[in-house]
Write a protein that binds this ligand. Structure first.
Ligand code: ADP
Ligand code: MG
Length: 216
């Protein structure tokens, strides 16, 4: 179907995420050094490296949801700290939202992003403005639904989501953290972008870039 995303897109998304996380490992570590314990880049790089190993070993997953389930399970078991369970839940909810679909259209990809965000919120109980990854995911969900309603294709929905997530991550800089390790710093957490919001924006950008490549 024209303009839809398939299992190859899901595999490409995850490989591109792993590549970007590895390339930005030091950047994410530096962000987490300012407001946390300097391990976010290391945690995610270890997790995504393990994910790629699993995907290389396993029989090729038959659906996009099957790809995202491998990601969820592997991140939960290999990424320590806050981010592992949060991203694990996000990818698991995303997989559940996709169900057995082999082709993902604009409305379904927006629903997938919404389900991922809801998983993060259920797990971490953070609200918008608490200076967490929710500050990237929530504007991404709003932008995704708006783009789908305006008639964008799936790649367009992902691009809108990635743009909004990136802006949301930048906008965490002046905020005072109210959840997670950064909240221990109180007012001293202000003046730095939240590492999880930045990595979330990278992962959504990887999804959009992969979708655009697939459609030329
Ligand atoms: P840890 O904080 O255990 O060292 P990481 O450094 O890997 O784990 O991840 C930190 C990121 O996790 C933060 O930048 C923030 O985005 C996210 N985070 C932490 N707690 C929460 C929460 N309760 N809800 C949503 N996101 C959270
Ligand atoms: Mg940390």
């Amino acid at each position: 179907m024209a303009g839809t995303l398939d299992t190859d897109w899901a595999l490409g998304w995850i490989r591109e995420s792993a590549r970007v996380i590895a390339a930005e490992r030091t950047h994410l570590i530096d962000l987490d050094r300012a407001v946390g314990d300097a391990d976010h880049g290391e945690n995610l790089d270890r997790g995504f490296t393990a994910v790629i190993g699993k995907l290389d070993d396993a029989d090729a997953p038959g659906t996009p949801a099957a790809v995202l389930k491998v990601v969820a399970m592997t991140l939960m078991s290999t990424v320590g700290g806050a981010a592992g369970p949060l991203y694990g839940t996000a990818f698991l909810r995303a997989a559940t939202a996709l169900g057995e679909a082999g082709e993902i259209d604009a409305v379904l990809v927006a629903a997938m992003i919404g389900a991922a965000r809801d998983g993060v919120v259920v797990r971490g109980k953070a609200e918008v403005g608490d200076k967490t990854m929710v500050d990237a995911w929530s504007p991404a969900v709003d932008a995704a639904h708006a783009a789908a309603e305006a008639g964008a294709d799936a790649a367009g929905v992902l691009t809108a989501a990635a743009d909004a997530a990136q802006a949301g991550a930048v906008a965490t800089e002046p905020l005072i953290a109210r959840k997670g390790r950064a909240s221990y710093l109180g007012e001293r957490s202000a003046g730095h972008q939240d590492p999880g919001a930045v990595s979330s924006a990278m992962i959504l950008r990887a999804a959009a870039d992969t979708a655009r490549q697939a459609h030329g």
